[in-house]
Design a protein around this ligand. Structure first.
Ligand code: CO
Length: 134
């Protein structure tokens, strides 16, 4: 089911500062920036060899990333696996008794369909499934 690592999400306190550090440290340029109101995040993506680093800033304290930052501080937030059909994968995982955050796929950035799996069933790591259109 896993076609590759789509991206690795890193929660940051200061999105513009983090972007500048990535640019200065690795000589990479952001390839995408998007504010996703439903998820309470603003994200910046850097392409790295067919996958991406996703820097995640929160849109406020009462958002998932805002609560993550308040509780644990900045750092690794989730790993996103690319799949061909997120709805089908979700149904199979639900049937297998895997703990899900999302019962149905929702809209991600870049026109993707996404769903999160609960860390309790994923060795303590928050896992996202991502399906790209086309
Ligand atoms: Co993500």
């Amino acid at each position: 089911m896993i076609l590759g690592i789509d991206h690795v999400g890193i929660a940051v306190e200061d999105l513009d500062g983090a972007v500048e550090r990535y640019r200065a440290t690795f000589g990479v340029e952001p390839t995408h920036r998007e504010r996703v109101e439903e998820q309470g995040v603003e994200e910046v993506l850097f392409d790295v060899g067919g996958s991406a680093i996703q820097l995640l800033g929160s849109l406020g304290p009462d958002t998932p990333v805002g609560r993550f930052l308040a509780g644990r501080g900045p750092g690794l937030h989730h790993v996103a696996y690319r799949v061909g059909d997120v709805a089908a994968e979700l149904a199979a995982l639900r049937a297998a008794g895997v703990a899900l955050v999302d019962d149905v796929p929702r809209r991600g950035s870049r026109g993707t369909s996404i769903a999160f799996l609960h860390p309790t069933g994923m060795e303590g790591a928050l896992v996202e499934l991502v399906q790209h259109e086309g």
